[in-house]
Design a protein around this ligand. Sequence first.
Ligand code: C2E
Ligand code: MG
Ligand code: MG
Ligand code: MG
Length: 289
Amino acid sequence: AAKDGGRGRHHFYAPDLHSDAEERRQLEQDLRDALTTGGLELYYQPVVSTTTEKITGFEALLRWNHPVRGQLSPAKFIPIAEDAGLIVQIGEWALRTACHDMAKWPEGVRVAVNVSPLQFANPTLPAVVTNVIASAQIDPSRLELEITESVFLNDSDGTDAMFAALKRIGVRLALDDFGTGYSSLGYLKKAPFDKIKIDQSFVHGATIHGSRNGAIISSIVSLAEALDMETTAEGVETLDELDLVRVLGCSHVQGFVYAKPLTREDAEALLARGLAVTADGPRSARSPR
Ligand code: C2E
Ligand code: MG
Ligand code: MG
Ligand code: MG
């Protein structure tokens, strides 16, 4: 991609010679280029029902195929995108791509898209969501927006209005990384979530006996059930963890035990052949990568 000749003019990467600030500036410029010339990609990680053991949907997870550095994870570039205000455009790209991909999949398959607090604070979000759903011609209830507790730190009138506007459109709302953020339960009372995603820090390594994590998971499940919300256990890596979150009543599971985030092609192939759950558990459905 042709650089603009301005502040991002570096033709070779020499990370040792660059300051952190300079590296961030360079990545920010590269990210602007990626938005216009391509380079962003969505991966899809299956979400599986604990009762049917079928895929009910996928979470869309951003990857950036950087021309020089190779594939970068969101941890590396989302913070830069947020600081630079690029997350709003990137988030819109992710919504649009996820909805158009989902339009080719069976009606029963949902896709969850992560929404940054900055997007959530932007009054144009409902119009963007409406527009994307109309152009992809999907049922709005197939789109789930994942929001973290940090949105409740902002102005609460604006937050309430945003929730109401999104619910009017008919999309589903999930509370992501539950238990790691701003820990007031007050917002659960009024925010219209369809699902709570139990953070992987409670799930990974949890055991049933003498486990504080197990106690936390089971109280989140009770709370969710009382509020008529589903629960996804995130970060389930082993068959023991899978058994545990099933016994504790989580309605859905997401994690490497079933599959890592997959390319669109691999996700479609998995949908076509179904999750092969064998007597040994779901190992055969693991991603080859
Ligand atoms: P998240 O929304 O909580 O996504 C779940 C993360 O857990 C993903 O990391 C996923 O690859 C990882 N994961 C899933 N199963 C397992 C497991 O069994 N074990 C372990 N160790 N990890 C597992 P990923 O893809 O690196 O994404 C990290 C975060 O980046 C996401 O956390 C989300 O907050 C953010 N993100 C990703 N895509 C987007 C996006 O399109 N927009 C925004 N605003 N944020 C995004
Ligand atoms: Mg998420
Ligand atoms: Mg999460
Ligand atoms: Mg997370």
